[in-house]
Write a protein that binds this ligand. Sequence first.
Ligand SMILES: *[C@@H]1O[C@H](CO)[C@@H](O)[C@H](O)[C@H]1NC(C)=O
Ligand SMILES: *[C@@H]1O[C@H](CO)[C@@H](O)[C@H](O)[C@H]1NC(C)=O
Ligand SMILES: *[C@@H]1O[C@H](CO)[C@@H](O)[C@H](O)[C@H]1NC(C)=O
Length: 419
Amino acid sequence: MRVASLLSSASIALTLELQAPLGPALSAPFLESDAPSYRGELVSLHKSLVEISSVTYTENAVGSFLVDYLTARNFVSELEFLPPTNASSSSDGDGGDGKPRFNVLAWPGPTRHPSPKVLITSHIDTVPPHIPYSRSDDEPNSETIIAGRGSVDAKASVAAQIIAVFELLRAESITAEDVMLLFVVGEERTGDGMRYFSDTLSSLDPPPNLKAAIFGEPTEGKLACGHKGFVGCTITAHGKAGHSGYPWLGKSATEILMRGLVKVLDTDLGSSDLFGNTTINVGLLEGGVALNVIPETAVARIAARVAIGPELDGGKVVADRVEEVLKSVDDEAFELSCNNGYGVVECACDVPDFETITVNYGTDVANFEGNHTRYLYGPGSILVAHGADEAIKLKDLEAGVEDFKKIILHALGEEAGEL
Ligand SMILES: *[C@@H]1O[C@H](CO)[C@@H](O)[C@H](O)[C@H]1NC(C)=O
Ligand SMILES: *[C@@H]1O[C@H](CO)[C@@H](O)[C@H](O)[C@H]1NC(C)=O
Ligand SMILES: *[C@@H]1O[C@H](CO)[C@@H](O)[C@H](O)[C@H]1NC(C)=O
């Protein structure tokens, strides 16, 4: 999940709710007769993934772990190396660890099947900082809470997807040629891992002809009908400096910018039944040089969560509306510079027995081009995902395994009821 908009009050409420079972009543280990047979395997895989730090641009170690893990379990793996990125020169000043970055592709073995029908994918990078793994009980039970960076976003999905595929293969509900796994780098920043996979898919020999792709991101265990689009803009207001005692001799850039921004915030920039309103976050404001000088320049950086389509141009539609609104306030003072952006990204949410949801964060769904059916689902809550209290209940992680099984079977055209 990229660029989360965290609601602090909701986040606190959820944290309390998650922490409640840590009290003495439930801290003693107890045996559960209904524990799934894969509990130990799931907890151990999830633990290994969360323990390995994999902040974006430093995903090499977790990728290597996954390759070894899957290869040891009769999967065929391929490391898809990305061209070197100069992370240290990026505008945000991240440093990589200098090690090559790669996506992990894997197929149930012993040989690679040429035409899988369903892609099962998530990302292995996390937001910073790395937070160590911790667990509320030594002996895991369904109320156990597992914390650490990536425990939700998205290593809960990675672990649950892998165990779901193991389970379906063991039960012979799917065959080795039905599915392939893809775990990408870079989702939390630019989506460069998924973009690279998408761009180079046709050079795989032979190129798979995928019918569906299942994306793992925290959706609270609900099936997402889609997510909002995004566009980011820098607004610069130009004025004329002067003595603050004689405002009519200058032109205040901060004042114009404030009037412009308020009007942008008060304007309906596009809404839809499924996704609600386009919302604006004024994330950064800068302007002027001193309290007694009429400001010559003022800058705002805004993020729009786009509630309208089409997927390709919805972001541009909103950026154009912002430009019109600013022009109506002052037709020469503003300069607007926006990234490409995108509109709402819709996903299939017709799998029986699932609650549905729409979410307000970005994902890799749109970075994988093609005509496949798209599903977006994952265990864990978006509200803790990028926070210091990132954590998941084991029973939600286990529900994730069961739900991924259903979605995979549905995507393959099976009756989910066959399980
Ligand atoms: C990477 O960026 C840094 C900082 O801008 C620059 O000094 C360095 O030459 C760049 N390296 C490459 C390989 O482009
Ligand atoms: C969307 O904006 C309209 C005003 O333009 C407001 O009446 C409505 O409550 C907003 N909807 C949501 C879900 O915030
Ligand atoms: C998707 O389908 C359209 C129309 O059939 C086709 O033109 C296009 O090439 C397809 N795209 C991909 C990536 O297969």
